[in-house]
Design a binder for this molecule. Sequence first.
Ligand code: FE
Ligand code: ZN
Ligand code: FE
Length: 167
Amino acid sequence: MELNSLHDLYLIELKDLYDAENRIIEALPAMAEAAKSPQLKTALEEHLQETRNQVARLERIFNSLNESPKGKKCKGVIGIIDEGEDMIDETEDSPPAVCDAALIASAQRVEHYEIAAYGTVRTWAQRLGRTEDAQLLKETLQEEGQADKKLTALAESYINEEAESAR
Ligand code: FE
Ligand code: ZN
Ligand code: FE
């Protein structure tokens, strides 16, 4: 794809996010499965449902643009998920809170990657006069921010403390 305009960039970044979100949907069930704390498990499962809505928002945007959401591979999220899977393997026999602290570390990397990407496309949508897109992207951006904050709250409330005193 030739990138000659802000609109071209906008489209390619939306495709990147579409691929990213779908990979996150595939990865989250194993992360929720690996979570030891019920609260963390629930938070990851809830974010899975939110992520499905986020894909639906992107599909609405692609429909209104008359463009396909396919065509880009998000190498960034592939790498972050790959590292997360390594972490799950490496903490398999660890104390529960250590395993959960590792899961939170991986999940927050994903959230921050998404927050960066959605912040950019939302700003570009405004600049391009795509007001409805900007609103949808803002909703997702807020969900990603809340997911990130929830993970911080879980880590700070007890998981990090238990991980520190484990073994
Ligand atoms: Fe997302
Ligand atoms: Zn990417
Ligand atoms: Fe997310």
